[in-house]
Design a protein around this ligand. Sequence first.
Ligand code: SF4
Length: 361
Amino acid sequence: MLLSLYIISTAVTGLALYKTIVFIFNQMPKLILPLEFKFIQRLLNGRMQMGADYGMSAETANHMKGPATPVPTSVNYHFTRQCNYKCGFCFHTAKSSFVLPLDEAKQGMKILKQAGMEKINFSGGEPFLQNRGHFVGELVKYCKDTLQLPSVSIVSNGSLIKKSWFQQYGTYLDILAVSCDSFNPETNEMIGRQQGKRSHLTSLYQVRDWCTEYKVAFKLNTVVNTYNTDEDMADSVTSLNPCRWKVFQCLILDGENAGVDALRDASRFVIQDEQFNEFLRRHAHVSCLVPESNEKMQNSYLILDECMRFLDCREGKKIPSKSILDVGVDQALLFSGFDESMFLKRGGRYTWSKADMTLDW
Ligand code: SF4
């Protein structure tokens, strides 16, 4: 009798133990996989994030990057596609009116800084359209004051900038680049680089003076196209005395200024390489000139669109990555099409902090 009871109780205990072990075994994937998944997700979301999570410094985590991962040293954030001008060759057109909320844009800046960004350039569209310049102003202030980026710059058409903007934000801005393709008002009108009858050149000279007054380095950008290719701009540029005069060759990008779903047809603006070279020869004595052919330009910029997606231009059109806010900087960078060696070859790294510039102020 006692033996039977002993056998039965042992069997019941053994069965319970066996069931417990089977239960735990069955639950293992559910318990462990999410942890693994989170770990893998963190890896994908960028090593910098992982470095911060595990107490690693930004520098150490940066050194862990593989040789194939470019460092986003210099980034161009086109946060808006809206513009008050109608340049016929524009290659970042108003295909969307979306602009990220300011907090999310700042978060993007923060993770780019953690990934190695040293220079941010805000561009558009026209950056001073959004919230009458306060959106870009707050980003400029955040990047310089909070993130302490060595270089913060803006590319603008200059027409919407007010003196009060310089009073509020000028101290945080290193470089302001204003676009000007001609010193002939009729040519600007033909290109579409003006709003209504308001003179683009009046805005240009006014902004130049404010840059001097508020100690912001002034830069000039020119797109050489059919309408200005024969112009001699040397005297006017020299008198403006920009720290750099970037001269671009008119670029065609499918879906932006060419093709069926584009908002522009820039074919009448296109010039041949020889015409571009002739323009460069005519202005070779202008010491601040920095030429940029289509070959140099197309893949040597890290471009973020309004959703913080890198734009890959290698196929002659803009193919977006996923947003850095969703997948992290490193993962998005793999789809940026960025040619780091061309970036260095075109002189992408230069004295870009106004603290290091010797300007005639
Ligand atoms: S000013 Fe710039 S963004 Fe505006 S239409 Fe002209 S090229 Fe495009």
